[in-house]
Design a protein around this ligand. Structure first.
Ligand SMILES: [Zn+2]
Length: 411
């Protein structure tokens, strides 16, 4: 079994690289400990671009004291990683494995009214996930059903009805795929994307979107190549992103046709609905070159935004802001993973949070942290957030999962 089939991606049916790999992937799973050398690279998929890390496997969390073996078998059959969470440890487990695609609650979880708030809190960790009640007809009582509806559960699944259970999950996957954003974040060096829009990428993942990071050089001038490669892989895993890396010469990236074609090939494969890239208002020549090349290569993408790097000039003039309140602490943790860049002030938690705190002044008074973006192009609906699966049969959720997270202001 190949590594890729052993670790199904979020979108196996539409994965653009699935059948184009020219290099046999190495065996790798979620728990593989990658050695600190180039063997971490497991699939060159386009000329000059390598998949370092694929999208993470989709997760379904089952909360309850009953294991529901048939449901777990069905989830595995559909390519999900089932995570079993006993109720007393559910909060910490759910925080650890988020985001997830499904939250399945056993009837025993809803034994009292206090469970309603607990279930709502679990769901907020992955607001685009479908939350279902998993119980047999014999287990279903009126009290449990009412609590489930008040908690935001959208349907009742009978684990003994394997056909119905799997059909519902397939439908939900198709609905989620239709509304999910396809995000492409482009950076010149390892750590550029994470610094410039790491919070926004984490928020995309929290909402169930699919995130790809394209890094165009290995950053040899700024540190050891292999160490930086390993850090890029580790941080992509922490974000839950697919990581693609090219190997252009650090500090000598050209904005000409070769770089444009390289980015174009990734754009064709990923088909992004939104792109984040360096600003032209930046003192680093590589950042400006990547901006210029990407601007040509993404000319057909409906929404293209530029992020702020530590080397951005005072001419960086953002007019779009994404709230990152929910993920700022995680962004700080991710940036701490860049050990090879230790001592750089722009990675210090205090500065990262202070900068995000400053930009939040453009959002609502209650907003704490934001990331700023300049707009290259924004056509159609400004929808940073993914919509949830069809909730038309459900009671309204107490907190809408669809929100205008991206806010525009005049310069
Ligand atoms: Zn850089």
């Amino acid at each position: 079994m190949s590594a890729l089939s052993a670790r199904p991606s979020q979108d196996a049916a539409v994965t653009p690289f699935r059948h184009t790999s020219s290099v046999a992937p190495r065996a790798a799973t979620e728990d593989t400990v990658a050695p600190p050398d180039s063997s971490i690279l497991f699939g060159e998929v386009l000329r000059g671009v390598t998949i370092v890390r694929d999208w993470p496997q989709r997760i379904a969390v089952l909360v309850g004291d009953r294991t529901h073996a048939s449901a777990i078998a069905s989830l595995q059959h559909l390519g999900f990683a089932p995570i079993f969470a006993p109720p007393r440890h559910a909060s910490e487990i759910i925080r650890e494995v988020s985001p997830f695609s499904f939250l399945l609650l056993s009837a025993d979880v809803l034994a009292d009214d206090d469970a309603i708030d607990r279930a709502r809190a679990w769901h907020r960790c992955a607001p685009a996930a479908r939350m279902s009640l998993l119980c047999t007809a014999e287990e279903l009582s009126a009290d449990v059903l009412v609590r489930a509806i008040r908690a935001g559960v959208t349907d009742v699944l009978d684990p003994q009805d394997v056909h119905g259970f799997e059909a519902t999950l397939r439908t939900s996957v198709a609905q989620a795929g239709a509304t999910r954003e396809r995000v492409l974040a482009i950076g010149a060096h390892p750590d550029d994307v994470e610094i410039g829009c790491g919070g926004t990428l984490l928020d995309h993942r929290r909402r169930g979107d699919r995130v790809t990071i394209l890094t165009l050089s290995r950053g040899a001038v700024g540190g050891d190549r292999e160490a930086r490669l390993l850090e890029a892989d580790t941080t992509a895993e922490a974000i839950g992103a697919q990581l693609l890396m090219a190997d252009l010469a650090d500090t000598e990236i050209d904005d000409g046709i070769d770089t444009i074609r390289l980015i174009e090939s990734v754009v064709r494969a990923v088909d992004p609905s939104v792109v984040y890239v360096h600003s032209a208002n930046d003192n680093h020549q590589d950042h400006r070159a990547v901006h210029t090349a990407a601007r040509s290569a993404t000319r057909g993408v409906r929404r293209v935004f530029t992020y702020q790097s530590p080397s951005a000039t005072n001419s960086f003039l953002p007019t779009q802001f994404v709230s990152v309140d929910e993920v700022i602490e995680r962004k700080v943790e991710v940036l701490q993973m860049f050990d090879s860049q230790g001592g750089r002030s722009y990675l210090e938690p205090e500065l990262v949070k202070a900068q995000a705190r400053y930009w939040a002044r453009h959002l609502t008074a209650s907003a704490r942290y934001a990331e700023p973006f300049e707009v290259i192009r924004s056509v159609g609906e400004l929808r940073h957030a993914a919509t949830a699966p069809d909730l038309s049969l459900a009671m309204p959720s107490p907190r809408p999962v669809r929100s205008p997270a991206m806010v525009s202001v005049n310069p």
